[in-house]
Ligand binder design. Sequence first.
Ligand SMILES: *Cc1c(COP(=O)(O)O)cnc(C)c1O
Length: 378
Amino acid sequence: MIGKLKKHIYLASPHMSEQGYEQEYINEAFETNWIAPLGKNVDEFEKGMAQKLGAKAGVALTTGTAAIHLALKTVGVGKGDIVFCQSLTFSASANPITYQNATPVFIDSDEETWNMSPDALERAFEKYPNAKAVIVVHLYGMAADLDKILEICNRHCIPLIEDAAESLGTTYKGRYTGTFGHLGIISFNGNKIITTSGGGMLLLNGDNAEAEAKKARFWATQSRDPARHYQHSEIGYNYRMSNIVAGIGRGQLKVLDDRVEKKRYIYNYYQEHIGDLDGLHLMPMHEWVRSNCWLTALTLSGKITPEMLINALEEDDVESRPIWKPMHLQPAFAEYDYIDNGGVAQNIFENGVCLPSDTNMTDGDLERVCAGILRLWA
Ligand SMILES: *Cc1c(COP(=O)(O)O)cnc(C)c1O
């Protein structure tokens, strides 16, 4: 068996800077013994990220999921409130709605963006005029139809929360995703475009951004009232990012632009080498968005099925994945309502595949992935 000599190709794996920036910031934290809690890396990571993206403030947290939870608290979502949430997404977008004992209503996608259908959202407001918030997702780096969705939210005076966990570095009409909604969230989980091993950030874009950031930091550190004796007038959470983890984040932030360029290069490589195959359709791109191309995703409409493609790549030690299974099809969310737009999300799920989009890949690796796909069409 010489097969094992072949390199395993990952969907997406952590990619620290070649310059070793992350290690420098971690060393600095060790030297000053600012291991925990908080410290300079956390402050600088929040400031640096907010500045880079054009958000008014950022709050560094343990996960992107925690950021969504605190976003919901910030806009006052509580028991029994309706929250409209994109159905085609990872469960982390929707889980925090239930942490607040609120009720998700799932919204179908449109074919143009794979993200929330403005049409379905409009119909959701007709059915639930008292909804409390909207969670839109920028799936795989592709921006949602923000102009239309914001117009609908503004008309109904409802805050928009952007789940930009997968779209850090994507711009919509020249502005970074995560900065359009009243609140945005990003994730630094191990598979995201930059990673801190695990982490997330709440982005605040509203008129009261500083006050809201202060409140989010309060909740994230167990809601300790200003008193020596540990006084709590509200329930809190242990959601704050550590100073070591934030050091990795500061280093990774310096290479975010490089990672976006590499991801876009990977998308274009696939476009060039397999983009014209019969019945294979890469995720749509539009002139009004510059995607970070976090994962290159595609749908299949011919003889080759997603399972055939995934299995063939797996035999060659190449990791690929199905598209996220929509929330309205998940047993855990079976009891909640769903506003349909012709089954777009389900269709993308049933026919979709995510190709390896690891920034550590070489041209040789990309060639190997494409060769494996081309063999299926031969
Ligand atoms: C990764 C991800 C999250 C959650 O991020 P964590 O940091 O893993 O909690 C939320 N939404 C989407 C769409 C994601 O892909």
